[in-house]
Design a protein around this ligand. Structure first.
Ligand SMILES: Cc1cc2nc3c(=O)[nH]c(=O)nc-3n(C[C@H](O)[C@H](O)[C@H](O)COP(=O)(O)O)c2cc1C
Length: 342
């Protein structure tokens, strides 16, 4: 197994079998509550959780965040994630395609997804921002995106992870220019995400200035990628602060929402999302859709495909219940639901 395959497998194993969450930092969503609406003036059966993701209709404002591909067990994981996403009709992120640029033998672990989901859901590829910045020839990436038949790409910003990763590459000079050049080349939407340390308003404005279509905050409060890499790293010189480094998910959303007055873009909340409350509150704070990674891979590997499907269907049913109690017919109305800080 090559070293990237091994790392991808380690990432899944650590996230599933060990507690890799932030230790003392939370998403901050728990600081809010919905104001109960005793006069909702709607019938429960008339409520729709359907919404749009990059112009495609989906069943609920929820997606499976970019996770894996590129090692032996990844084909089966991606196959099951694809079946779940297609059955429920929610978008799916493919894991980083970096390994596929070097090793054609792993292509199937990525391309299998489209064969299952067809055109039913939005499917987005994934690559690291440093990779985009350091390469001037994007032909191999465009070719693998085409092979995966992705509708969009999510570029991840992960300076904290690269800094702490034993084999990391903390080279972030030229990243913004690299993303801008890629946007000009790629004919499809570009999402920019973090991986659990969050995106600030300042960073979001820079990204929106160069024309990204969506920002996925991937904030702190869930999987800590510093935690994952510190666990893999034998270098003990790092201070404890890094495990919990990052901007809580709710704070990222609140900071970035006002930019909607100036720019047209979709805003996704992710990082530590676990419950229907987390999803509904993220929407009420202004997110358009909400992503989940860690809780889904844990459920899939520990409890299986059907249990994960049931878990997600249950989340959507509870979002609908929250919509009823806040008098929200649809997701646009849920964005306006009355909330308050506890
Ligand atoms: C097993 C696993 C693998 C991941 N691999 C990637 C990846 O290849 N590319 C990426 O952008 N994010 C990756 N992520 C990060 C997630 O997309 C997400 O941003 C982050 O884990 C925070 O969400 P969570 O708290 O719901 O896990 C991965 C997450 C997990 C759990």
């Amino acid at each position: 197994m090559n070293h990237i395959s091994k790392r991808k497998q380690d990432h899944v194993d650590l996230c599933v079998n060990h507690n890799m969450n932030h230790k003392s930092k939370t998403t901050g969503l728990e600081r809010y509550e919905f104001i109960h609406n005793a006069l909702p003036e709607i019938n429960y059966e008339d409520i729709s959780t359907a919404t749009f993701f990059l112009q495609k209709e989906i069943a609920a404002p929820l997606f499976i965040s970019s996770m894996t591909g590129g090692f032996k067990g990844a084909t089966s994981i991606n196959q099951q994630l694809a079946e779940i996403a297609a059955t429920i009709k929610i978008p799916l992120g493919i894991g980083s395609l970096r390994i596929a640029l070097h090793d054609t033998s792993v292509h199937d672990s990525f391309t299998i997804i489209k064969r299952i989901v067809g055109d039913t859901i939005p499917l987005f590829g994934n690559i690291g921002a440093a990779e985009i910045a350091q390469k001037s020839n994007h032909a191999p990436l465009l070719s693998i995106l085409e092979k995966c038949k992705a509708d969009a790409i999510a570029i991840h910003l992960n300076p904290l992870q690269e800094l702490l990763q034993p084999e990391g590459n903390p080279q972030f000079k030229g990243v913004l220019f690299g993303i801008e050049s890629f946007i000009k080349l790629y004919q499809k939407p570009v999402i920019v995400k973090e991986v659990g340390a969050g995106i600030s308003m300042n960073v979001a404005s820079k990204l929106l200035d160069i024309g990204v279509s969506a920002i996925d905050v991937a904030g702190a409060g869930g999987t800590s990628w510093a935690g994952v890499e510190l666990t893999r790293n034998s270098d003990t010189s790092y201070e404890n602060i890094f495990w919990d480094w990052g901007i809580p998910t709710s704070e990222c959303v609140q900071m970035i929402v006002p930019l909607k007055k100036t720019y047209a873009f979709e805003l996704y909340a992710s990082g530590g999302i676990q419950s229907a409350f987390d999803i509904a509150m993220s929407i009420a704070l202004g997110a358009d859709s909400v992503g989940m990674a860690g809780s889904i891979i844990k459920s899939l590997i520990n409890d299986g495909n059907q249990a994960t499907l049931n878990m997600i269907e249950n989340l959507i049913m509870n979002i609908k219940r929250i919509m009823f109690l806040t008098g929200s017919h649809n997701i646009e109305q849920l964005k306006l639901a009355a909330i308050k800080e506890k």
